[in-house]
Ligand binder design. Structure first.
Ligand code: NAI
Ligand code: PYR
Length: 308
């Protein structure tokens, strides 16, 4: 990018905690928007984060401005990233957060309404699939304009693990974690490939993959990280910032994100084309029989949380 490039879009980030500020930092380091609005009811913390993040904008090639904002202003943004909410304490699951985080989501959306008609909501707070479902209901925005970061992060984790085992760069591996960003997630092994070659044939002779162990390691990665440092912020920081870029630049990139599935009646992750309208369209992935069963189970698990 050339000196003094000025992007005109605005991204609002709700929640100036570990995750919200890391997403903001990623958006400063790889600038895509002119304004980043930080919104948090803890005004002293919010303002300090704005000061600190503003100092990071001084790296020479951007005019990104970070400022504190209100919920009302956030509702007039191109993208609203919602990280507002409680995080898991030791022993808690993502779905244990539903009571607290649904209430926070509802009040935040009420405070932001009315939205600009083309605003895209990117839900990050957990349980992300259930909150994406409620965010669409509360905001009444078109379903394609409400996305949950979903299993994009789990898929990145999976690719990282596979990359180490296969000795191939993660970016050359195509492998998806689908379903819930949580306990009922599953790996679509039937579609895992390296450069279009099925994973089973693309490995070096003698390399064996224990699929169950890899799927469990992928699923358990968040807990493993949180046990030692209390939060996971960098992985989601990179993932959410890249989704913001894909939306603002209408990239039409395919990512596994959480969005409303008409046939299942819930939001969960399947591959989708991402662009300025949010989910431009879904990409039909022909799952095998076992994977179809797992997808259905994931939808049932999410429905239980929605109706709890
Ligand atoms: N989807 C994913 O892959 C990931 C999701 N998460 C989730 O992100 C959420 C945030 O995590 P952290 O940032 O670590 O938590 P945190 O506790 O550090 O920050 C949360 C912030 O939200 C703020 N907040 C509360 N109500 C608000 C409102 N109405 N408007 C604006 N801000 C409000 C709080 O004041 C606090 O500063 C959690 O639910 C966590 O589980 C975290 C990592 C990955
Ligand atoms: C906290 C969370 O959802 C994650 O890191 O996957």
């Amino acid at each position: 990018m050339s000196q003094n490039t000025k992007h005109t879009s605005q991204i609002a980030i709700l929640g100036a905690g570990d995750v919200g500020t890391t997403i903001a930092y990623s958006l400063i380091m790889n600038p895509v928007a002119g304004d980043i609005l930080i919104v948090d009811p803890k005004e002293e913390v919010r303002d300090a984060q704005v000061q600190d993040l503003s100092d990071a904008t001084f790296h020479g090639n951007t005019t990104t401005r970070v400022r504190a904002g209100t919920h009302k202003e956030a509702g007039q943004s191109d993208i609203v990233v919602i990280t507002a909410g409680a995080k898991q304490k030791k022993g808690e699951s993502r779905t244990d957060l539903i009571g607290r985080n649904k209430a926070i989501l509802e009040s935040a959306i009420n405070d932001m309404t009315p939205f600009r008609s083309d605003t895209v909501l990117l839900i990050v707070a957990n349980p992300v699939d259930v909150l994406a479902y409620f965010a669409q209901q509360f905001s009444k925005l078109p379903k394609n304009q409400v996305i949950g970061s979903g299993t994009f992060l789990d898929s990145a984790r999976l690719r990282g693990i596979l990359a180490t085992k296969a000795g191939v760069a993660a970016s050359s591996i195509d492998a998806y974690v689908l379903g819930e960003h949580g306990e009922s997630q599953f790996v679509a092994w039937s579609h895992a490939s390296i450069a279009g070659v099925p994973l089973s044939s693309a490995l070096e002779t003698g390399t064996r993959l224990d699929q169950n162990a890899i799927a469990e390691e992928t699923k358990g990665k968040a807990t493993a990280i949180m046990e030692s440092k209390g939060a996971t912020n960098y992985g989601i920081g990179g993932v959410a910032a890249s989704l913001c870029k894909s939306i603002l630049f209408d990239e039409r990139i395919v990512r596994p994100v959480s969005f409303f599935q008409e046939e299942l009646g819930v939001c969960l992750s399947l591959p989708a084309v991402i662009g300025r309208k949010g989910v431009v369209r879904s990409v039909e992935i022909p799952l095998d029989g076992e994977e179809k069963g797992k997808l259905k189970k994931s939808a049932e698990a999410l429905k239980e949380v929605i109706n709890s």
